[in-house]
Write a protein that binds this ligand. Structure first.
Ligand code: IMP
Length: 407
């Protein structure tokens, strides 16, 4: 029993890629279990930046990397990502495995996602929602269909596309199969074999708790299970084999796209967080909305994911704030809410109640030991730990792999 799930505790972009990359040193397998090219996981090693969309961040450590059945895969985007990584000197096909049960994103999903509802919700326009909708309607096309069911694919494509588009798409799918056929496997079986041999498996969540289709700020969410439960359904791995669930949270809060955000700072402090934190979407380049840390959200993330510890990222971004605030509860219609509400309408009307902390006003980006952190930084972290009743296991004080404190 040595599997770990790593999940985003906020609205995504918490720095999961960096944490997975850091922990992947001691693992043998890294599994993506939900989402698709909507994710943008950034990893910096010795100043060199790599952004992953579909491939698990563990590939930089040359570990076995798996795309689980819970994912939706755009075949062309995957080939492009593999090519870019291989051209930059990272071997990918030797280590990559793709679930035969994952669903495929086709061009009409992308067209649909870039208009109407997708636009209103501020999606990434990658075809994610329309593809999952087809999956749930039991009309989707899976990776296994490419291998075993060409007649089904052909009639499906003929019903959706013009003859010219049909020819192009079938050619693209054949190319995908030619390049990656050997990498298509039964993921559940492979993971069970690894687990029996006590090999360490990391499940790499994409997006975050509040973007989860069930537990997030519906309808302003993604279409997959971004919480810890998704790691199981999205890979075919059993719950009894999970040893740890690590939540990744930024030292403040961000969100992209539409939807309520109680601690959002629509002032110069929000702009300062955005500029210092480089808060622009890794997939779409959109500026992220920024605000103070929200403990109502983190307590909720602890509960729905069963977190056993926390990784706090981007702590250095708060270095020159004279005062730092943390929301500990919401005021709503004369009442105090300490639990995260289900309704986006209610959340929209919640006013954050803040605790104030003195800033440390020091550069912490070169510190590598927790005991060397300034007193006010320790007070900030102690408050988070006490409030969540779980330990902070990792502290990230910069983008680079080296800028990490293991507590
Ligand atoms: P979709 O996942 O493209 O359908 O977008 C649904 C919502 O999730 C939008 O608000 C997106 O901005 C957000 N979203 C999707 N992927 C990410 C991510 O990796 N980080 C942050 N937000 C994301």
């Amino acid at each position: 029993m040595s599997a770990i799930i790593i999940v985003g505790a906020q609205w995504g972009d918490e720095g999961k890629g960096k944490i997975v990359d850091y922990l992947a040193k001691k693992a043998e397998v890294v599994v993506r279990y939900q989402g698709g090219g909507n994710a943008g996981h950034t990893v910096v090693v010795n100043g060199k930046k790599t952004v992953f969309h579909l491939i698990p961040s563990g590939i930089l450590n040359q570990k076995i990397c798996v795309l689980g059945n819970g994912m939706v895969i755009n075949p062309q985007a995957l080939i492009k990502e593999i090519k870019a990584l291989e051209e930059a000197g990272t071997r990918v096909r030797k280590y990559l495995f793709i679930s035969d049960r994952a669903h495929l994103i086709l061009p009409h999903h992308i067209v649909e996602d870039s208009s109407g509802l997708g636009k209103k919700l501020g999606t990434t326009g990658q075809g994610i929602g329309p593809c999952y909708r087809q999956k749930i309607a039991r009309e989707g096309i899976r990776v296994a269909d490419l291998v075993f069911e060409w007649p089904k694919i052909k009639s499906y494509l003929k019903s959706k596309y013009s003859p010219r588009e049909y020819r192009q798409i079938t050619a693209d799918l054949k190319k995908f199969l030619k390049i990656l056929k050997k990498n298509i496997i039964d993921v559940s079986l492979k993971l069970a074999n690894f687990d029996q041999k006590r090999r360490k498996i990391i499940f790499e969540g994409a997006q975050g708790t509040l973007l989860d289709i069930d537990h997030g700020t519906y309808p302003f969410v993604t279409s997959s299970s971004a919480t810890a439960g998704g790691a199981l359904t999205g890979s075919g791995f059993g719950p009894t084999q999970i040893k740890e669930v690590i939540g990744v949270a930024k030292a403040y809060t961000t969100r992209v796209g539409e939807g309520p955000f109680p601690t959002e700072l629509k002032n110069s402090l929000g702009l300062k967080l955005r500029e210092k934190g480089g808060e622009y979407g890794a997939t779409t380049g959109r500026p992220r909305r920024c605000g103070w840390l929200d403990m109502v959200i983190l307590r909720y993330a602890c509960r729905v994911n069963g977190l056993t510890s926390l990784a706090i990222t981007k702590l250095d971004i708060l270095d020159d704030f004279p005062q730092i605030k943390v929301c500990d509860a919401y005021a709503y219609q004369g009442k105090i809410l300490t639990d995260f509400p289900a309704s986006s309408q209610v959340l929209e009307r919640c006013r954050p109640l803040y605790k104030k902390f003195t800033g440390w006003k020091k550069d912490i980006s070169q510190i590598r030991k927790e005991r060397l952190l300034p007193g006010p930084t320790k007070s900030y972290l102690n408050f988070i730990e006490k409030s969540l009743k779980i330990p902070i296991k990792i502290i990230s004080v910069g983008q680079d792999r080296k800028q990490t404190i293991l507590v």
